[in-house]
Design a protein around this ligand. Structure first.
Ligand SMILES: Nc1ncnc2c1ncn2[C@@H]1O[C@H](COP(=O)(O)OP(=O)(O)OP(=O)(O)O)[C@@H](O)[C@H]1O
Length: 326
């Protein structure tokens, strides 16, 4: 407890988080995924059109974990569906690994909030089914070996022959993750994958997903409403203004070290500045920015923000003995 106190004190007396804004542009060769000027519009009553979002630009590096946060209705799932190839933009294009997306692909696996497992198949059967659709010519032994490996990766070894009705919500979600991983996708797309789980299971699965993504160098785009989940998992956090006509307000770079421990996050310098910045955005700025973006806003290059410590906090940390900072 005593170790917690200096940080708790700092959190309490911190000035509002300052943010270093800038536009850290990604070079063309760095862009593994490139969302380029996409819009999604739907017909509305009276022959009009509703624009959910427009002129949305977002590049992602290979191996990056990007979370998107924004209020309900700003179009997060629509963006994910477009990345998956399940929906098409009304304007603009998404380029993955140099190719424009024209439909679904086994290179882009989706993990939904609901598990969508085949109820009549066992855990092994569900995962093997996905494996066989990826490697159509593979023999039974190879398919089973690949499926078993993915099942073991998510900690379900020993449950291969259980049916979905015999599994808890967390176990079902693990099967969903195993099924996605088993096809060795280039990109993992996750739509609030843990939101229906209890806090304990959610934490465990966040740990597993983080470990797997770090180990495999997976590129991930994930939607979440959970600020702490985004801080733990993401390298960058995309903040959407409220819809309709939502925009990428800013892209927040996570200043926390890549080697993170969920239970120790609140000790990390910069944690409270980042958390306060995200919450402040959701509480007020997501609305005010929808109504008026700052002068000079360029939707092609939304501001990149790196919430930083207040000067007082930075000085306090610098003054601490190194052992205390660890
Ligand atoms: N087929 C459709 N026809 C008309 N409007 C649609 C259609 N699909 C989605 N929308 C609208 O598009 C908007 C964005 O939906 P979307 O599900 O992408 O939002 P979201 O940010 O993911 O929301 P949530 O956080 O609640 O999941 C919503 O206002 C929704 O009503």
């Amino acid at each position: 407890m005593s170790k917690l106190l200096p940080f708790a004190r700092r959190a309490g007396r911190s000035a509002p988080a300052t943010a270093e804004a800038g536009t850290s542009r990604m070079s063309t060769s760095e862009k593994f995924i490139s969302i380029e000027g996409i819009a999604r519009r739907y017909p509305a009553p009276g022959g009009t059109t509703t624009t959910i979002f427009e002129n949305l630009w977002l590049p992602m590096r290979r191996g990056e974990f990007v979370c998107m946060i924004g209020h309900s209705g700003c179009g997060k799932t629509t963006v994910l569906n477009i990345l998956a190839g399940l929906d098409a933009p009304s304007e603009g294009v998404v380029i993955v690994d140099g190719q424009a997306i024209t439909g679904t692909s086994l290179d882009r696996a989706v993990i939904f909030q609901g598990h969508a497992l085949l109820p009549w198949r066992s855990v092994l059967g569900n995962v093997a089914y996905a494996v066989s659709s990826r490697w159509r010519k593979a023999g039974r032994a190879e398919i089973e070996a690949r499926a078993r490996k993915a099942i073991a990766t998510v900690g379900l070894a020993g449950s291969e022959h259980k049916r979905p009705s015999e599994l808890s919500g967390g176990m079902k979600q693990r099967v969903g993750i195993a099924r996605a991983l088993a096809i060795e996708p280039k990109i993992l797309l996750m739509d609030e994958p843990f939101s229906a789980l209890d806090a304990l299971t959610r934490g465990t699965l966040q740990d597993e997903v983080r470990r797997i993504c770090v180990e495999t160098g997976q590129t991930v785009f994930m939607i979440t409403h959970d600020v702490d989940e985004a801080i733990y998992l993401a390298d960058r956090i995309v903040l959407m203004t409220n819809g309709p006509e939502a925009k990428v307000a800013e892209i927040v770079e996570n200043p926390l070290p890549k080697a993170r421990d969920r239970t120790q996050l609140h000790h990390a310098p910069g944690y409270y500045a980042l958390r306060n910045h995200l919450i402040d955005f959701l509480v007020t700025r997501s609305r005010t920015l929808r109504d008026a973006m700052p002068e000079g806003y360029d939707s092609r290059h939304p501001p990149t923000v790196r919430p930083s410590l207040s000067e007082a906090d930075a000085a306090a940390i610098a003054a601490e003995p190194p052992a205390k900072r660890a």
